[in-house]
Design a protein. Sequence first.
Length: 130
Amino acid sequence: MTINEGAPAMTDAAEPTRYAGAAFDLEVVNDEKLGIYDAIVGDREVAGLTYNVAGDDRVVLLATSVIPEFRKQGVATELIRRALNDVRAQGKTLTIMCPIVRTFIEHNPEYADLIDREHPGATPGHTPLP
């Protein structure tokens, strides 16, 4: 998703995201130039989901990271959900190398149709070696 050529694009409306014990506004931005979906709280990047583009119709999700003070607050879950919604909106499929994304899809099967049948990536219970 691109707003301006070379500029990062927001993936969803900047709705406040609230979790038990935490209240913060979470913005997710797709930086296509760097290949990362960034989760931003205020002016701070708190999480990221890196990816590569494979051809015109497939995204390879590589790794999810969340800075320690924002872990266990649903940030990774919301980041992944918004990234997958963005991939769906673009009409692309996924190859999953990140075990956190794999687990998310196992728990949210409504996203399973995004997995590329020829190049699924990490299979359940197996994380590929680099």
